[in-house]
Design a protein around this ligand. Structure first.
Ligand SMILES: [Zn+2]
Ligand SMILES: [Zn+2]
Length: 312
């Protein structure tokens, strides 16, 4: 399923089977998760995708020698810039991203640099593993950057939050889920995964940290207002609508506002080792690959409990 230009639906196409280059694996795609970032690319909110492009950066694939590997968003880094040299390859100046700079997994076949592939943990089916590769990884990185926060707010309860909630509970944190007004299904889903409160307004008590997963700038001042002194607000999405002006006292008191960008391979190794121990249970809805446009529309409408996964 090919994106030919921003703003247009994906088009089914017969492409030649990709040829793996040096250090690359040829993968038969077993499943590929659908991510909010895919929508931002389709909508032209991320300005410079390779075109035409095969989207998809949560790939569970099978190698020619029968191994199961996961391909995440981070597809290649230079290894030489000041970020790569200091353990921050997620910020690499020349990074290439799967399903953005490189063709991804909305396909039957894919190639990926083996150095950026992860072994898929046993105990996860192909479908269940796919959302670990971005929703899980980025969510985990966001959670880590929130520090030791005990009272954790999750703003937007989609694929990432439904995984983070399970990890946070397992770590002994308290979870508060903020959803869109009237989204009682999402609130019930959050409570079923361990949130002690779920609602649309401000949480009933002060938070120590908030992770903002919804791409809605208005949530940033709201989350800052909900965290106490010394608290942290982490914006976990790659794109967000403009953040409205807010009074300085929302930030005063050593509150921190930061973003999370991409992932490092270390994040992937840590999280994929942790996920079976929790154990994380991903909730997935599967969609046949050729109906990728419907999957994107479903995600846009917010009608998903957990994660959407395409299956060739
Ligand atoms: Zn670099
Ligand atoms: Zn993603």
């Amino acid at each position: 399923m090919v994106l030919e230009r921003a703003g247009a639906p994906l088009v089914a196409a017969d492409l030649p089977r990709p040829e793996p280059g040096p250090s690359e694996l040829l993968l038969r795609v077993r499943a590929c998760g659908v991510c909010r970032t895919d929508l931002h690319i389709v909508d032209g909110e991320l300005a410079q995708p390779k075109l035409p492009l095969v989207l998809g950066h949560q790939i569970v694939g099978e190698t020619e020698d029968g191994r199961r590997v996961g391909v995440p968003w981070l597809g290649w880094t230079c290894g030489a810039c000041r970020f790569c040299a200091s353990g921050r390859e997620n910020l690499c100046d020349r990074a290439r991203f799967t399903g953005y700079d490189l063709d991804g997994g909305y396909a039957e076949w894919a190639v990926a640099d083996e150095r950026y592939c992860f072994p898929v943990p046993d105990g996860f089916g192909d479908l269940e593993a796919a959302p670990l590769l971005c929703a899980g990884l980025i969510g985990y990185r966001a959670l880590r950057l929130a520090g030791e926060a005990e009272r954790l707010g999750l703003y937007g309860f989609g694929a990432a939050a439904h995984i983070v909630a399970q990890v946070a509970r397992w770590q002994g944190r308290r979870v508060f889920a903020v959803t869109r007004a009237g989204d009682e299904q999402a609130q019930a889903f959050a409570r079923s995964l361990g949130a002690e409160w779920a609602g649309a307004g401000p949480p009933p008590e002060e938070l120590d940290a908030a992770l903002v997963f919804a791409p809605v700038g208005e949530l940033v001042p709201a989350a800052l207002a909900a965290v106490g002194k010394g608290g942290t607000v982490v914006c976990a999405g790659i794109h967000m609508s403009a953040i409205p002006a807010f009074p300085y006292d929302r930030l005063w008191g050593e509150r921190t506002l930061r973003s999370v960008a991409n992932l490092t391979r270390r994040d992937g190794e840590e999280f994929l080792a942790l996920a079976p121990r929790v154990p994380v249970r991903t909730h997935v809805e599967t969609v046949p690959l050729e109906r990728a446009n419907e999957a994107l529309a479903t995600l846009r409408a917010g009608d998903v409990r957990g994660a959407l996964v395409l299956v060739p």
